[in-house]
Design a protein around this ligand. Structure first.
Ligand SMILES: [Zn+2]
Length: 350
């Protein structure tokens, strides 16, 4: 979780932003990668906003794109590929737009804004979007199911790590995250069986009914929708088969998740898939083994979801990204792109 002190957010970044200074600071390394997860659709009625923090409001999204166009050089993902694969030069202050997970709002709500601003984005999707009935992200459905009925005390309770005894005192969010980590250790088939039992346990054998709370918010792209995104000039990258915490998978499972997503997407799209994004993409969920597996799978590069990684600056399999969140103001966004936020955070952390 990101730590932004109220002083930075409310006073220092706005002052630096409005003076124009932040927008003039070049991104570290000459370019920056911005990462979204989708926009909040206008038909969405939230009854719990915990998971919504990864999205952005459509107006904020448009404002950010217009800001980027005015102060940076928003490149096409295929220009980024030419830089990575052939060493072609990037323009100064290049910005690459990316978006993870493949929610259907990427097509219905994000694409119209991208098109009207004449920019392209690299969308990272899972193998769920290679089929006709993708459903929703399993760990987001799990959160909704755990809200309906706690898993504690049932045979579905996966928590065996230290601290499980105090699960009752834990927040739902903390229990959910630990359960998600435990479920990531199951192979994909066993995890799907377990999710079926969780649905039954909650009295929802068909799963969480997201339609009533907006399918555009929760459902993943199906194959026809993914192809429409690609036909609109957007690029598509891989994001594993089932979005587990990779660092908790066995060697064999992690290799299958990474390699399999490339093979499956190339089969349905009929063209090479050159980029990969690690699910969750932070140091708690992945590491050097995953860098090696992404390289061995034949990707040209792979993206994290953090702005700093143990001194790595130029590893194409550990590319840094700015993760845009719902509560991020434009001054804060600028502070992240310029690298100023990251430098301040590290200076404070010593
Ligand atoms: Zn993801």
């Amino acid at each position: 979780m990101r730590l932004v002190s109220p002083l930075l957010k409310r006073a220092i970044y706005p002052a630096l932003h409005h003076s124009g200074w932040l927008a003039r600071v070049p991104p570290p390394g000459g370019y920056a990668v911005v990462n979204y997860h989708g926009v909040v659709p206008d038909d969405y009625s939230a009854d719990d906003t915990f998971l919504d923090g990864n999205l952005v409001q459509p107006e904020a999204f448009r404002q950010q794109l217009q800001f980027l166009k005015a102060h940076y050089h928003v490149i096409h993902p295929e220009d980024f590929r030419a830089w990575i694969e052939q060493g072609k030069r990037l323009p100064a202050r290049a910005i690459l737009l990316t978006c993870d997970d493949g929610l259907v709002n990427n097509l219905t709500d994000m694409l119209p804004v991208l098109r009207s601003e004449s920019v392209a984005c690299l969308f990272f999707v899972t193998a769920a979007s290679c089929g006709d009935d993708p459903g929703m992200l399993w760990y987001e459905e799990l959160y909704h199911l755990m809200r309906i009925k706690p898993l504690s005390g049932s045979d579905l309770h996966l928590l065996t790590e230290a601290g499980a005894d105090s699960a009752l005192a834990e927040s739902l969010q903390a229990q959910w995250w630990r359960t998600l980590r435990s479920a990531s250790q199951l192979d994909a088939g066993t995890r799907a069986d377990w999710m079926r039992r969780v649905r039954n346990h909650c009295g929802l054998p068909q799963g969480f009914r997201y339609e009533s709370r907006s399918a555009r918010r929760w459902r993943l792209l199906n194959i026809a929708e993914l192809k429409r995104l690609a036909e609109a000039g957007m690029s598509v990258g891989a994001h594993t088969l089932t979005h587990p915490v990779l660092s908790l998978c066995s060697d064999e499972e992690a290799r299958w998740e990474i390699q399999g997503s490339k093979t499956e997407l190339e089969r349905v799209l009929g063209k090479p898939v050159w980029a990969f994004a690690y699910p969750f993409g932070n140091p708690a969920t992945m590491g050097e083994r995953e860098f090696r597996l992404a390289r061995a799978a034949g990707f040209s590069c792979a993206f994290l979801n953090v702005e700093h990684w143990r001194g790595e600056q130029s590893n194409p399999f550990a590319l840094l990204r700015t993760h845009v969140t719902l509560d991020m103001t434009l001054p804060e966004f600028t502070a992240h792109l310029s690298g100023v936020h990251n430098r301040l955070q590290r200076a404070v952390a010593g």
